[in-house]
Design a protein around this ligand. Structure first.
Ligand SMILES: [Fe+2]
Length: 185
């Protein structure tokens, strides 16, 4: 599974990250480095590295909310966060899969709770927000606000939002192989 993920990540270098000016791979590497620099534990770093695995490692017909792929979405398509979480769930702690599953809802949560957050989202991110259900309702916010892992999900979301810097130098994908091997063999 590690080899499969490394291969999918390597191929994601040739794909643009949604409507953003960086590649899928650059986005993932930037997100993981931001998590590490922010003092995240290894599983939170792993979730940051793989949070978009449902965008680049699965059949496009299964993905509902990808900006380039809307026309490819089939009748059973779901959000990339759901597909990605299901893909890695057999291999990782429940918290890691939950964080991947939650990264779209974390944006919806922040739009409802953090003044000014929606305004800093890029146009592409605002577009997928609508595909993912829009700003959370007060009832949804109340349901999630006591979750013990919510703070991690919100930190991951901020790193995700920031990991779109054109030309940012990161360590290569191979630097993350040991971390992937700890969970995926
Ligand atoms: Fe992302």
């Amino acid at each position: 599974m590690t080899d499969r993920l490394l291969d999918a990540l390597a191929h994601s270098a040739s794909r643009r990250y949604g409507g953003e000016p960086v590649s899928e791979l650059a986005h993932s590497l930037q997100c993981a480095e931001r998590a590490e620099a922010g003092g995240a534990d290894p599983d939170l770093v792993l979730a940051a590295l793989l949070h978009d695995v449902g965008r680049y490692a699965v059949d496009p017909a299964l993905v509902l909310d990808s900006t380039e792929r809307e026309s490819a979405a089939g009748p059973t398509a779901r959000g990339h966060h759901e597909i990605g979480a299901d893909l890695i769930a057999p291999y990782v702690p429940v918290r890691v899969a939950w964080l991947v599953r939650m990264h779209a809802d974390a944006k919806r949560y922040l739009c409802a709770t953090e003044p000014g957050y929606h305004e800093v989202l890029t146009p592409a991110s605002r577009h997928t927000l609508t595909l993912q259900g829009g700003t959370m309702t007060p009832e949804e916010v109340a349901r999630w606000s006591a979750h013990p892992w919510l703070a991690d999900a919100l930190r991951l979301r901020k790193w995700d939002d920031q990991a779109k810097v054109v030309g940012q130098v990161t360590r290569p994908l191979s630097a993350w192989e040991p971390l992937l091997r700890t969970r995926f063999g």
